[in-house]
Design a binder for this molecule. Structure first.
Ligand code: UD1
Length: 316
């Protein structure tokens, strides 16, 4: 059993991580400023601190007596990061440095960090393992990569052991329906398709149907949020039993095209989703599929949600 401070624990991925930690018998304290996280995502059993990662004193206080930190607090809109880099420098980079410094001050030794496949940019290969060069093409991805580098230095200098989990495309919600908060104004493919289904939008714009893929639309590796969550718990437990610091991909190792995602929603919901083909979106690689061999081998992790229809069923 570990005492874990989950920073960003009221958010989409954080709330699923909290549930998985509790299931694993760990003691959780959630730290969140509720800017995008939601109170409805908090579990009553846990301590909750409403504070910002830019508040260094609050972080040091919250860190007292904690064995480990899981850090999921970040701004994550790729487009916005290109227009307002300062917001991402401050929240993602300064905020994460505050967390690392507070860990040093409080003597907390372990950190699991939510990184992203965005650190790879536009890789030349389709299947991506951790040896693929990290060359982010958006500022959001750059902030995630820089934080990974800071963690490497804090490991060397201060002995903080970390796992950076590079998520591919996170999707779905808790299958038991226990986590009820839904993202406001979602920007990602599956929640947008669901909004079309619910009548909140007229149609889905498919960005590009002339990619060199099986049906011309982009291929991504959609990984269920509960599978991401279980990887955080395993990463924490392995770190605490002596595993060296690591960066690990998390994906299903299976690609789904935009069209296939639309078809899955149509099948699950028994409806027709109106679509319109639009030009390619800047910065979209044709296909991004994870090799998660390293996570499988080092953590003993295996995604449970490999069927896209099962994933879609959890989304509503
Ligand atoms: C990107 C980031 C990812 C980040 C996520 C958060 C990269 C490599 N990945 O993923 O790290 O966590 O954003 O926002 O930078 N699409 C449409 N129509 C739409 C919306 C999406 O056709 O209305 C298509 C996109 O072109 C893409 C796929 O659906 O091919 C998935 O898009 P999206 O959900 O935005 O995620 P990514 O851009 O893959």
């Amino acid at each position: 059993m570990a005492k874990v401070l989950v920073i960003g624990g009221a958010g989409y991925i954080g709330s699923h991580v909290v549930k998985a930690l509790m299931k694993g018998g760990h003691e959780v304290c959630v730290y969140d400023n509720l800017s995008t996280g939601q109170e409805v995502n908090l579990f009553k059993q846990n301590r909750f601190i409403k504070a910002d990662i830019l508040d260094y004193e609050a972080l040091v206080k919250a860190m007292q007596g904690q064995d480990a930190v899981i850090h999921l607090a970040a701004k994550k809109a790729v487009g916005e990061s290109m227009e307002n880099p300062m917001k991402y420098s401050t929240n993602n980079i300064t905020g994460s440095l505050n967390i690392l410094n507070a860990m040093v001050e409080a003597g907390t030794k372990y950190m699991v960090f939510s990184s992203s496949a965005a650190v790879y940019g536009m890789p030349k290969v389709e299947v991506i393992d951790e040896s693929v060069p990290t060359e982010p093409i958006n500022y959001y991805g750059f902030t995630k990569l820089e934080i990974e580098k800071f963690m490497q230095w804090y490991d060397r200098l201060k002995g903080i052991k970390f796992v950076a989990l590079r998520y591919f495309n996170a999707v779905g919600y808790d299958e038991d329906g226990e986590i009820r908060g839904r993202e406001v104004n979602p920007q990602n493919l599956l929640p947008i398709i669901m909004e079309v289904y619910e009548g909140k939008r007229d149609k889905l714009k498919i960005f590009g149907n002339d990619y060199p893929t099986r049906d011309g639309t982009c291929i991504r590796d959609y990984i269920h949020v509960s599978d991401l969550a279980s990887a955080h718990v395993l990463a924490l437990e392995k770190l605490m039993s002596g595993m060296a610091s690591q960066s690990l991909n998390l994906g299903t190792e299976k690609g789904t095209s935009v069209k296939e995602m639309v078809e899955a929603v149509e099948k699950v919901k028994g409806c027709k989703i109106p679509v319109e083909y639009a030009p390619r979106r800047a910065g979209d690689p044709a296909a991004l599929i994870a090799s998660a061999k390293k996570a499988r081998e080092l953590l003993g992790w295996k995604p449970e949600f490999t069927d896209i229809c099962r994933i879609v069923k959890t989304q509503a």
